[in-house]
Ligand binder design. Sequence first.
Ligand code: 13P
Ligand code: ZN
Length: 278
Amino acid sequence: MSILDVKFVQGFIRLCNDGWLQGWHERNGGNLSYRIKPEEVEEVRQYFHEPGEWKEIGTSVPDLAGEYFMVTGSGKYFRNVILDPEDTSCIIELDDKGENYRILWGLCNGGRPTSELPSHLMNHEVKKKASGGSHRVIYHAHTTNVIALTFVLPLRDEVFTRELWEMATECPVVFPDGIGVVGWMVPGGRDIAVATSELMKKYDAAIWAHHGMFASGPDFDTTFGLMHTIEKSAEILVKTLSMSPTKLQTITPQNFRDLAKDFKVTLPEEFLYEKEGQ
Ligand code: 13P
Ligand code: ZN
């Protein structure tokens, strides 16, 4: 028995490798964090070493005080996580104020958790509350087609949501609340973390213009599936726009309302606006 036999650790590693295989993680691009359940902490506690030094998170997440997370390391390559999880990822504990963290396992050759730790933890704090505690995974990926679209579409939630919904019938069912957009900002700090977590109050996914995407979910499958669905939809939109700047036909606002009824989802009317020439 090793820590690598523990289910959540395997799920973490598998997501990293799946993301790499999708082409979303050039070099050290992207990062992943998982809020570990109390009973899972007990499963892995035997593998913890002497706690490292307390270090500043760079923001404050009081509602996550005392919680444990598995997180990818800063500068580490997703393609290497499956080969050496102990070098590329870590388990951290937060202090009783939610202002500092310390490493309990992993990053065995040195290093620190992802530079996007403030965004991950602020998103976890918001999603923990918004989901009644069910959301546990925050995933950041450099999704090629979503990034491409941030150069040609207005950076507005309602535009990205509607255009991506139109590209595949399953989309409004997979992300009925829509998707948020953050304009270009310097990554890795508190400001972008605050802007992203503000959007995460409303959405399960947020786009960072000219950079990538964040997705949140209760487990690895749902979170990866959300990222995959949105990026696939963006790929169809890129292809469609490459063939023609206008659509000959599409899914209409009334089609969406009919879909919502049958699939028992609520689709906010703010995304079902009338478009010119439709
Ligand atoms: P890290 O290597 O620090 O996780 O940064 C990668 C990244 O994608 C920054 O946005
Ligand atoms: Zn990034």
